[in-house]
Ligand binder design. Structure first.
Ligand SMILES: [Zn+2]
Length: 108
């Protein structure tokens, strides 16, 4: 996948561990994710109704079902977020000093 930024740059999304890509979980869904992991993963592993391997997949499914993708253009810093409507929404940086790597991981 690639996104054509308004500045003329192209944002590529063709690998994992991308420093310009993030996964957004809205705060209004955050505790639903915690509750689903507690109820549908941890409790079921604890009571023996879910295998460890199935738990891995279920946890990822829960998180993935609530997360939306976002990307940042490293050229101009614009953010592009998958909206609730399934459309891509663009946001421009407030200043020239705005971090161009705001989505990069802490350890990368
Ligand atoms: Zn750009």
């Amino acid at each position: 996948m690639k996104i054509g930024c308004n500045c003329g740059a192209t944002i590529f999304d063709s690998a994992d561990y991308l420093p310009q890509k993030g996964h957004l979980i809205p705060d209004q869904d955050w505790f639903d994710v915690y509750d689903a992991i507690d109820d549908d993963v941890i409790d079921k592993v604890a009571d023996g109704t879910l295998t460890k391997e199935a738990a891995y997949m279920k946890a990822r499914e829960i998180i993935g079902s609530k997360a939306r993708l976002m990307w940042q253009c490293v050229g101009c810093g614009s953010l592009y977020v998958d909206g609730r409507d399934g459309q891509l929404h663009g946001f421009v940086p407030a200043t020239e000093e705005t971090d161009r790597r705001v989505l990069a991981g802490r350890s990368k």
